[in-house]
Design a protein around this ligand. Structure first.
Ligand code: C5P
Length: 237
């Protein structure tokens, strides 16, 4: 089957500070969402990109796509999203045509992922893995804590062995039926999930990790914008 990329872009992005919705923030003069769309369309395997817009923002996002040059061999679709990332991804999945066999889910907030990472994820799915996640080893040691009252010291519960931990990125790649089943199941149970592979894990389906990329970092805090601008400037040099 063909490959599609779903880009949830319906978040408010409050952690980035006041201003426009995160996906519409400019990086190097171009909205973050456009970078993310181009990053997916850069893969020759991707024949459709579905952008999930804020609930009342689909026409605006459609105009935004029309106003920027995008590869012509790829189709583009805009659908309205939901209150949570999970609902937004689900809306994107339900909009896929039946000819799609592989689906990527990619955060608009990871505008700079290199095409080699996108292609590596797609290749692993086509080689038979139902769920594939790009990930990096951690520089920081991670503690599990018992979250307490804000501002008070929190008791440490455990220190997982760092060498066994991975920080996961997007695009995450899936066999389309597997991911759709995960979303339909978990959506009914009302369970929260911070990534799509986690929902597939709950089905008992195996998930594998492939090497991620430093430039696939998520633009979340103000300092991430500084880093993203620097990466873009280096690419343009
Ligand atoms: O908030 P977070 O950084 O985890 O958001 C990850 C991605 O999910 C972003 O691209 C954001 O626009 C998207 N999102 C969404 N719908 C929501 C919340 C977040 O599409 N309701």
């Amino acid at each position: 089957g063909r490959t599609a990329a779903v880009i949830p872009a319906a978040g408010r992005g409050v952690r980035l500070g006041p201003g426009a919705p995160k996906a519409l923030r400019a990086l190097g003069g171009t909205p973050m969402l456009i970078h993310a769309v181009r990053a997916m369309a850069a893969s020759r395997a991707v024949s459709l990109v579905v952008v999930v817009a804020p609930q009342d923002g689909a026409p605006e996002v459609k105009n935004l796509l029309d106003a920027h040059s995008l590869p012509e061999r790829t189709d583009y679709l805009v659908v309205p999203g939901g209150d949570t990332r999970q609902q937004s991804v689900h809306a994107g999945l339900e909009a896929l045509p039946g000819t799609i066999g592989t689906v990527l889910v990619h955060d608009a907030a990871r505008p700079l992922v290199p095409v080699d990472t996108v292609d590596a994820v797609i290749a692993a799915v086509r080689d038979g893995a139902p769920a594939v996640v790009p990930a990096l080893s951690l520089a920081d040691t991670v503690k599990e804590v018992e979250p307490g009252e804000k501002g008070l010291p929190e008791p440490v519960v455990a220190t997982p062995e760092r060498a066994r931990l991975r920080a996961v990125q997007t695009p995450q790649g899936f066999d389309r039926d597997t991911l759709l089943r995960a979303h339909r199941t978990v959506a009914v149970s009302g369970d929260g999930a911070t990534d799509d592979a986690g929902m597939v894990e709950r089905l008992g389906t195996p998930v594998v990790v492939v090497p991620g990329h430093e430039e696939a970092f998520k633009v979340t805090r103000p300092i991430d914008l500084v880093l993203a601008e620097a990466v873009l400037a280096r690419r343009r040099a």
